[in-house]
Design a protein around this ligand. Structure first.
Ligand code: PLP
Ligand code: COI
Length: 367
């Protein structure tokens, strides 16, 4: 039986003047919209008590398992407002599937794909006035699930909560096409073999924070992680996948292989590449190959990609070398291929190009 996400309306909605100010402002989800989707799971009753209600603080016992053992997963997707006012989601079924893969790894319950999708559609439909119309602006949607039961023994919870919240967002990294400096860490790993790297769980992000601080000392705003066992192989950034482009049009990204998140943007770029004259190559990329080929002028461009970040060019890589810091500038910090990939993707997302792959799903038509 499907879960209904019926509306219990918020009686204290954001004032229209304040809302206009919020949806017109740039920044990555500085405000959450008036409602949230919520459902409860128990071992005995399965999923129940689903609804759309006020965005509100949660009541939680200090002994709640999520606060101690971090049994939690999340997703990230966006709603895009097209020029005619209609609102669309980009490949949301991929988020639903990945959410259940993450749930499996964290021993949380599965949520039927249709219920995940229904909750997302219902929230966006309810808070449609929160979906910005501005250039590069979207409504970022954050579904998440967590152990919601008070106990201190280490075991999986018999009660979980599923919630979807959202808010207006501009691209995660400063102004979209401005190149970012990236710290390549060989000191900290975010995920190891047979670990949780392929799951979207809070613990992976907690483990990445110290490396962000390491990189920030050198002016880097993001970190490129390497494999936990040898630190010889390139993996991904803390919240984005990683690509490079060679001078002869080869687009290289490492295979996900369990330690890297299976990014939906990554997958879409691999599909779009051939039509842009690029040859995708999914293969292990060593740190030494990466650095040497950039310094040789053979790798010209590098970029990070993800739902929040879209496609974001990388200006320089920095890393610790013999106790000092080596800076490796990309020959084309805002390269042609990066720009073409970004344009091809965002034109589909904002309805400016034909959606040949059937990636876009309408939330509502203009009424
Ligand atoms: N890698 C990590 C660790 C992420 O958190 C994200 C963001 O979701 C990505 C990659 C990109 O995935 P997607 O393109 O599905 O947003
Ligand atoms: C996303 O792109 O949706 C993410 O979850 C990344 C996060 C750093 C905001």
């Amino acid at each position: 039986m499907s879960l209904p996400f019926n509306l219990v309306p918020n009686t204290h909605r954001t004032h229209p003047e304040k809302l206009a100010e919020i949806v017109g402002a740039s920044g990555f989800v500085k405000h959450f919209s008036d409602h949230m989707a919520i459902a409860t799971w128990t071992q005995d009753a399965g999923w129940h008590d689903s609804k759309i209600e006020n965005y509100r603080c949660l009541d939680m016992a200090p002994g709640n398992a999520i606060l101690h053992y971090g049994q939690e997963i999340f997703e990230g997707l966006k709603a895009y407002r097209h020029a005619d006012g209609s609102i669309w989601l980009f490949r949301p079924e991929m988020n639903a599937r990945r959410f259940n893969r993450s749930a499996d790894r964290l021993d949380l319950p599965q949520i039927p794909e249709e219920d995940f999708l229904r909750s997302v559609h219902a929230l966006v439909r309810t808070d449609q006035s929160w979906v910005p119309a501005g250039e590069e602006m979207s409504y970022y949607i954050r579904p998440f699930m967590f152990a919601d039961e008070a106990f201190l023994g280490v075991h999986s919870a018999a009660r979980a909560s599923y919630i979807v919240i959202g808010g207006p967002a501009s691209p995660y990294l400063a102004d979209g096409m401005t190149p970012t400096d990236i710290w390549v860490t060989k000191k900290f790993a975010r995920a190891g073999e047979s670990g949780t790297g392929a799951a979207k769980c809070g613990g992976n992000y907690a483990a990445s924070l110290i490396a962000l601080r390491e990189g920030a000392q050198y002016g880097c705003s993001q970190v490129l992680f390497t494999d936990a066992a040898t630190h010889d192989w390139v993996e991904e950034l803390g919240g984005m996948n990683f690509f490079v482009v060679t001078h002869d049009g080869v687009l290289i990204t490492p295979p996900t292989s369990g330690t890297i998140l299976e990014g939906i943007t990554r997958d879409s770029i691999l599909e779009l590449a051939p039509a842009l004259g690029l040859r995708p190559e999914v293969r292990p990329l060593s740190v030494s190959e990466l650095f040497a080929r950039i310094l040789d002028g053979d790798i010209l461009e590098a970029f990070a990609c993800g739902t929040a970040a879209v496609v974001s060019p990388i200006g320089r890589l920095m890393h610790d070398k013999d106790g000092g810091v080596e800076t490796i500038p990309l020959p084309s910090p805002v390269g042609e291929a990066t720009r073409a990939i970004r344009t091809a993707l965002v034109d589909i997302q904002w309805g400016r190009a034909e959606d040949k792959f059937g990636w876009m799903h309408t939330v509502m038509e203009l009424s």
